[in-house]
Each structure stands twice: as structure tokens, then as C-alpha cells.
Design a protein around this ligand. Structure first.
Ligand code: HPA
Ligand SMILES: [Zn+2]
Length: 327
């Protein structure tokens, strides 16, 4: 097996709802009596061609309508962890979208209970330690985010951090300062998607106004030399998702990915899968596709793997032990 698949690694940018494979969409639709607007698994898979972030999000929100019970969320998470283990994942910091479920009438407790039922034994069953990050849907606005923050309060024991995702352009990070300040004050980790389709200014706002510890995507930072220097000086990690960037047409093809320019500027970069069911590969496959397209040395893949643990929210001793396994 190739190094990209076998290297021990942390996955830090992974939407659990984006791991639902078409077969599971159909299986859960049957179990829950949900009508789907697709006839077959192949029919659904054929729709996995996107023009931009929004065209993907439309299908992403449509397909997740089959997730209704705690058991559905447990099964979904177990399926991801089984796949991730095969790709060398030893630690995963997993996003979920509370508002995307509550707005469909699924109680938040059902979602969190289902996810944590899987995650609490992930280390024993799959050899993968985990964290859970609740993301706010930025296109629903800052007031909805604050209201969602209130509904998360009974579940904070199970939630390690907050994030910001969904349609980026027109929904700048600075609007979400109040909810991010509350989450930081509550001792949660904070991250945000910025600079995927949005301009470098959104990345500045994510670090300066929201105080994020990592930037999700952040690839448009290459358009701003001062921003690159700031990210490099502060060692603020970017969670880059190469196959996602190509599938959502943020980057024309993998061989033209801005990642080498990020590395040249000294930015700490990690490699992740984002929504692997939709984008043609899990995290190990992102490593191998990138190595092939950019002709990267094995030493660069080892650096990505080590940096994935450095950029994680694991305690230092655990990070160091995992980094020591990379050879
Ligand atoms: O790549 C993404 N960007 C923004 N929101 C998302 N929600 C799932 N995947 C994504
Ligand atoms: Zn994402």
C-alpha cells in the first residue's frame, strides 16, 4: 500500500454528513420511510458533479434528510471510522451541522446522542481518538447561530469546539463575533471555514475577529502576501482539502493546487477530505492524489502527517507519541 494511505494521520476537516455513501442514503431512506428524489444508487452517484460550493450544498442538504434517529447518526459515524482506519487515521476532529437537522425536526439530543454513542468507543474499536465540533450555518445568519449556541448548552460536555460552514460568499466571519466570543469564553476550541470561495479578507476576519485556532480551507490566502506571512508567523494551521477544491472548482485541477505556494510561504498545512463521499476520496486518497499530481517527495507527506497531529486539539504528550510513529 502507498505511503499516503498507511501514514498515521489526523483528520481535522471532515463533515460527518459528507461521509454518507449513496448506499447508506438508500438504506436509511428504506429504514425511515423517506421518499428520495433519485431512483437508484447509481442515479444519485451520477449527480456528484458540481459547479461550485452551492451546487454541492444543495445535494448535501437533500441527502442528509434520511438521517432521522440517534441510531442513524451512530451508524453513519461507525461507517466513517471504519473507512478512516483503512486510511491511517489515528485521530479525527469531526464537524456536524446542528441546524441542518433541527430545522428538519430532528431533535438536537438525538443527533448528539447518536454521534457520541459511536465516538465514545472509537479508540477501542477503531484505534481512532476523536473530538466533536459543532458548526454554524453561516447563510442562516448570526442571530440563528446565537440561538443554536443556546440549544447546545446541555450538550457542551460532548462538544469540544465550534466552527462555521455552508455558503461562504456574502456571509463574512465578522458577523459571527458574538457567538464565537461566547464559545471562546466557555473554553471551547474555535475554527472557521474561510478563503475557500471567499476572499482573503474573510481569512483575516476569521483570525483577527473570531480568534480561530485553525482556518478551514484558507486556500485563497495565497492572494495576499501579508496574510501568508501572518499565518506563517503565528503557525496558524490551514486544513486544506485538495479533492474538494477541485470538485467544487475552487481550483481547476490538482496539478495547479496552490498548496506548494502555501508551503513555500512557511504556512502549516494539513490534508483532509472535507466530504469524502461526494468528492472522490477519503483522506489517504487525498494524500496519494496530491503526491501524484504535484510529484511530492515522501518527506513532504511525512511532514503533512506530523503537522496534522501538531494542528490537532490533542494534548501535547499524545501528539508527540503519534508523531514518533511516523517513519
Ligand atoms: O466545503 C465546505 N464548505 C462549506 N460548507 C461545507 N459544508 C460541508 N462541506 C463544506
Ligand atoms: Zn468543509
Amino acid at each position: 500500500m502507498s505511503l499516503g494511505l498507511t501514514l498515521p494521520k489526523a483528520e481535522l476537516h471532515l463533515h460527518i454528513e459528507g461521509t454518507i455513501e449513496p448506499e447508506l442514503v438508500f438504506g436509511l431512506a428504506r429504514r425511515n420511510g423517506v421518499e428520495l428524489p433519485f431512483a437508484t444508487v447509481d442515479d444519485l452517484r451520477r449527480r456528484y458533479v458540481f459547479d461550485d460550493l452551492q451546487s454541492f450544498l444543495d445535494l448535501y442538504y437533500l441527502s442528509m434528510a434520511v438521517l432521522r434517529t440517534a441510531q442513524d447518526f451512530t451508524d453513519l459515524t461507525d461507517a466513517y471510522l471504519a473507512r478512516a482506519r483503512e486510511q491511517g487515521v489515528r485521530h479525527a476532529e469531526i464537524f456536524f451541522d446542528p441546524q441542518a437537522h433541527v430545522s428538519r425536526g430532528v431533535p438536537l439530543a438525538e443527533v448528539v446522542t447518536g454521534l457520541t454513542e459511536s465516538l465514545r468507543t472509537s479508540r477501542e474499536r477503531f484505534g481512532i481518538s476523536t473530538r466533536l465540533i459543532a458548526c454554524f450555518l453561516r447563510d442562516l445568519g448570526p442571530q440563528e447561530a446565537l440561538a443554536t449556541w443556546e440549544t447546545l448548552q446541555p450538550h457542551l460536555e460532548q462538544i469540544d469546539g465550534i466552527g462555521l460552514d455552508s455558503a461562504e460568499v456574502g456571509h463574512p466571519p465578522q458577523l459571527f463575533e458574538p457567538v464565537f466570543t461566547r464559545a471562546r469564553d466557555a473554553g471551547l476550541h474555535v475554527v472557521a471555514h474561510a478563503g475557500e470561495e471567499g476572499p482573503p479578507e474573510y481569512v483575516w476576519q476569521a483570525i483577527d475577529v473570531l480568534g480561530v485556532e485553525r482556518v478551514d480551507h484558507g486556500i485563497r490566502s495565497v492572494e495576499d502576501a501579508a496574510l501568508l506571512k501572518r499565518l506563517a508567523d503565528d503557525r496558524t494551521p490551514l486544513t486544506v482539502c485538495p479533492l474538494s477544491n477541485v470538485r467544487l472548482r475552487c481550483v481547476p485541477e490538482l496539478s495547479q493546487h496552490p498548496l506548494p505556494r502555501l508551503l513555500d510561504a512557511g504556512v502549516l498545512v494539513t490534508i483532509n477530505s472535507d466530504d469524502p463521499s461526494y468528492f472522490g476520496g477519503y483522506v489517504g486518497e487525498n494524500f496519494t492524489a496530491l503526491q501524484e499530481a504535484l510529484k511530492l517527495d515522501d518527506s513532504v507527506l511525512r511532514q503533512f502527517a506530523a503537522d496534522s497531529f501538531r494542528a490537532s486539539f490533542l494534548p501535547e504528550a499524545e501528539r508527540d507519541a503519534l508523531i514518533a510513529e511516523i517513519e
